[in-house]
Design a protein around this ligand. Structure first.
Ligand code: FAD
Length: 452
């Protein structure tokens, strides 16, 4: 079907667009370059036009126009996703939602905001009321809250509050449908799952309500140990004993060269636990580290960290650890691993011995569905596709780990493993013509599209 672009543009007259090929290309990419497989697959894939609505009424006008002209529509927040989530496989319109950035209301224990707001701005605004977000990705600075809901899973704070999808964390979503006459659907409570981690395939989320908690002036710190197993046992113990932390991430010593700025604060002969610790918990944290033969190399407030020219602890964990290494050495790629419960540090030590220099390890302490859940985002030497899938099979079959494959573009081949039929049913309502982020869900087939 040939798209009548002049007619489409006339219908969205007055709404900001970018059609400069360089701008369009830039906004057709995300952080898929972590994966050599996706790099090859998505090379040169771009949209046709970027549209930047300023408010929710403009979003509806764009939704109506793409539905009338049957134009593929890919939503973009901060563009920090790792799996080509924002890459428009079939071209079309890229809907950049970063202008939808208003805070509607901050109340006791909750915030209502537009979906395109950057997470850092949202969290900072909550802090002005003595509250903070329950969690954010390590891309806090660039990512939007709508992108986190639709593309993320959890991160800094998940140690305390679980994953994004756990009950009570996100309480409301307003969704605009992609139809000739777009509707607004309001989702409450558990209904949010219909759009959570759906990669923007089933409706445009324009507004969200999230839970807040009382703010803490977290101390960003590192505890150093002689032995990765001790670092792991320390972090595991701190979590099990309920230490008041917002982040506990273990990073083995071979990463130290990628953390040059830290110098002696993370030397090459020690394994680190980067943490965000409540100030009144710091003494207990230090004593526990020392009892286990470790030491605290620094403990600073966020302004102190910035003043020292270092990055905050939340940029030392999750996929930021991977990023530090990838920036320095393009021979690495990575995996996402969930460990069987209960977590056994000896399994990690066996894996370290088995893979040697082929894999460098870092682990994240989190909580999922009320239980402690440990993840790893190991660096893996790129030895080709077959070697990668042999490794995935080995980690799953031999070690009982679950791999969320970051080398795949569909929701199902990545983290979710199976088709979420509730999300597909919702797509029939919210995106009846199947225009949204085509190719990203295996659950949708052309026959499902409304024919009118
Ligand atoms: P985008 O990349 O812009 O979009 C992500 C997906 O959501 C796309 O499919 C898009 O179409 C869809 N989408 C965006 N906005 C909307 C909307 N309003 N309505 C419907 N669909 C929408 N993720 C984590 O979960 N935890 C982490 O700790 C973490 N750390 C990271 C570290 C690094 C260095 C990098 C590169 C990535 C990391 N990520 C992490 C992945 C990513 O940064 C987060 O998931 C982030 O929240 C995505 O937000 P975004 O605004 O950049 O989304």
């Amino acid at each position: 079907r040939v798209i009548d672009w002049p007619a489409f543009r006339a219908e969205i007259e007055g709404i900001r667009v970018y059609d400069d090929p360089k701008q369009v290309e830039l906004r057709s990419r995300d952080y898929f370059w972590y994966s050599p497989i996706l790099n090859e697959q998505l090379d040169g894939v771009t949209g046709d036009l970027v549209v930047l609505p300023q408010d929710q009424d403009e979003v509806k006008r764009v939704a109506a126009a793409v539905a009338r002209h049957r134009i593929p529509l890919t939503i973009r927040g901060g563009g920090t996703g790792n799996y080509g989530q924002c890459v428009p496989l079939e071209g079309g319109v890229i809907l950049d939602l970063t202008r939808l950035d208003k805070i509607v209301e901050i109340g006791e224990g909750r915030v209502r905001c537009e979906a395109g707001i950057r997470i850092s701005r949202l969290d900072d605004a909550a802090r002005e009321t003595g509250q903070e977000l329950l969690m954010y990705p390590s891309t806090r600075q660039m990512a939007t809250i709508g992108g986190f809901l639709a593309g993320g899973s959890g991160g800094i704070g998940s140690l305390r509050h679980g994953m994004l999808r756990d009950p009570g964390n996100v309480t409301y979503a307003k969704v605009v449908t992609v139809e000739r006459e777009p509707q607004v659907i309001e989702l409450h409570g558990d209904e949010i799952q219909k759009v959570q981690h759906a990669y923007g395939t089933n409706g445009i989320v324009t507004e969200l309500e999230l839970a807040l908690t009382q703010a803490t002036d977290w101390l960003h710190c590192a505890a150093l140990f002689d032995g990765y197993d001790t670092a792991l046992r320390f972090a595991q113990g701190a979590q099990e004993e309920g230490f008041d932390c917002y982040l506990l991430t273990t990073v083995e010593r071979r990463f130290a060269p990628y953390y040059r700025k830290f110098g002696d604060l993370f030397p090459e002969d020690r394994d680190a636990v980067f943490a965000m610790v409540a100030p009144d918990e710091m003494d207990r944290f230090r004593e526990k580290a020392e009892r286990m033969g470790g030491r605290i190399s620094f403990a600073m407030t966020k302004p102190e960290i910035r003043e020292a020219g270092l990055q905050p602890a939340y940029e030392c964990g999750w996929n930021h650890t991977t990023l530090q290494a990838l920036k320095a050495d393009k021979g690495w790629t990575y995996l996402q691993v969930a460990y069987p419960q209960p977590f056994d540090p000896d399994l990690v030590m066996r894996q370290m011995a088995r893979y040697g220099d082929e894999i460098y390890w870092h682990h994240e302490m989190a909580r999922m569905g009320g239980h402690i859940q440990i993840f790893a985002l190991p660096l893996v030497r790129w030895r080709g596709r077959q070697a990668m899938y042999d490794l995935i099979a080995e980690l799953e079959e031999k070690d009982g780990c679950t791999i969320f494959d970051p080398h795949a573009v569909t929701i199902e081949d990545g983290g979710m493993k199976e088709i979420d039929t509730a999300q597909i049913e919702f797509k029939k309502r919210a995106d009846p013509y199947g225009l949204m982020n085509p190719g990203k869900t295996r659950g949708w087939t052309a026959e499902m599209a409304r024919q009118d």
